[in-house]
Design a protein around this ligand. Structure first.
Ligand code: NDP
Ligand code: MG
Length: 382
């Protein structure tokens, strides 16, 4: 593979991770074979004109129609739909970056792996709902998934050169979000504006909300179990307000290896693409003198119930993580749509997880059934 001439497929190119992936591609002169977006046809048009992919797949019908007209003067193919999103993920390339939000990312991930494409995975919901299927597809096709989520990239990097030594523990760091230190009463006063203002990271609205409820850390705990084949009890969540240590691995001898850096997603995005090599980047370098102090605290799982629910879901296994994830997707959409206050997200997720029964068998069919049941349950409780 020629490092100067990588070709990427970017799913979710109009989002926070998608646009930063294109920044990395621009910097290193990577080719873009295909892009996908949902509603943002204006940005998709701009990206298509700059990067000249063969295909742009839109998953929202109105946006697809608009983009088709706008790109009529080019030879870029504009396609529509969930199935074509899977076909887009299967276009031969050096890496598919999956940066769509939500469990809609699962089938394109499987399609990419089944086409023997390597996958740079930002879309954590994929691993939470269909982790077993994804890992099986990775193995069966002899290709690999490189995590982009900053914590998992840090763990991945901390495992490099490990030569088969046993992992004692994964230290999964969490910023704590904007409401760290709040109690249940104070959480009732939280506004949408406060919830969407993350102290350290600039991200899409769904993950920013998840970071505020700590569901993001719950999803990441499950993501770590899936990716690194550890038991849930081996993952220790540590609140580290400065987001400088991005996560670490403790080995049997007590050595702890971690990865540090400024909080900038371009670093793990670029590393996923260049792995195992490293290239210069446009990201700021870390100054430990500027950081000064790094702190480590426990998360309050009584207030941040979503994290506790995620632990329970992965302990149950089967489709329980899908129920958790889908309940959360529905509750967060209701919050972002102004239908429920912030504190109701945790209540709705807990209620749904307690009520719905999971099944041990994980297939696309059982995932789809669990997904539908969880969404219906949350909608009926709103
Ligand atoms: P954004 O909301 O910024 O972007 C989401 C992307 O997915 C957009 O391109 C959007 O299209 C597209 N999209 C939305 N809904 C659908 C759908 N139903 N079908 C297909 N595509 C859809 O999200 P982020 O970039 O913040 O996050 C993407 C993923 O990466 C998430 O799983 C998140 O948890 C994970 N992640 C993000 C981090 C970050 O820093 N942002 C850090 C670590 C992980 P459009 O805009 O055109 O509607
Ligand atoms: Mg993360």
């Amino acid at each position: 593979m020629n490092d100067d001439k990588k070709t990427l497929v970017v799913l979710g190119s109009t989002g926070s991770i998608g646009t930063q992936t294109l920044d990395v591609a621009r910097m290193h002169g990577y080719g873009i074979a295909a892009l996908s977006a949902h509603t943002n046809y204006e940005l998709a048009e701009k990206q298509a004109r700059e990067f000249r992919p063969e295909t742009v797949c839109m998953t929202d019908e109105a946006a697809y129609k608009e983009l088709k007209v706008r790109l009529a003067d080019t030879d870029i193919k504009v396609t529509y739909g969930k199935e074509t999103l899977c076909e887009t993920a299967a276009i031969p390339c050096d890496m598919v970056i999956n940066a769509v939000v939500g469990m809609v990312g699962l089938e394109p991930t499987l399609a990419a792996l089944n086409a023997r494409n390597r996958v740079g995975l930002a879309n954590k919901e994929t691993l939470v709902t269909g982790g077993e299927l994804v890992k099986a597809a990775e193995k069966a096709n002899g290709t690999d998934i490189v995590p982009i989520d900053s914590e998992h990239s840090a763990i991945f990097q901390s495992l490099m050169g490990n030569s088969g030594n046993k992992i004692e523990k994964i230290i999964l760091t969490a910023s704590g979000g904007p409401f760290f230190g709040y109690n249940k009463e104070k959480m009732k006063t939280v506004t949408m504006e406060q919830a969407l203002h993350h102290p350290n990271w600039n991200m899409g609205r769904k993950i920013t909300t998840d970071s505020a409820t700590l569901m993001n850390k719950g999803l990441e705990l499950i993501e770590a179990v899936r990716l690194f084949d550890v038991m849930p009890e081996q993952v220790e969540v540590v609140v580290h307000r400065q987001s400088i240590l991005h996560s670490a691995v403790e080995y049997e001898d007590g050595a702890v290896i971690g990865q540090l850096g400024v909080p900038d997603m371009k670093i793990p995005i670029q590393f996923a693409v260049t792995y195992p090599k490293r290239l210069p980047s446009c990201s700021k370098k870390l100054s430990l003198f500027d950081v000064g102090t790094m702190t480590f605290e426990r998360a309050d799982e009584e207030t941040f119930v979503c994290l506790a629910e995620a632990r329970k879901a992965i302990a149950k296994g089967g489709t329980a993580p899908t129920i958790l994830n889908s309940a959360n997707e529905a509750a967060v959409a209701a919050f972002l749509g102004g239908k429920i206050p912030f504190y109701r997200i945790g209540e709705l997720v807990s209620g749904c997880c307690a009520k719905l029964r999971h099944t041990d068998k994980v297939t696309l069919q059982t995932i789809s059934e669990a997904d539908a049941a969880a969404r219906a349950d949350v909608m009926s409780a709103i």
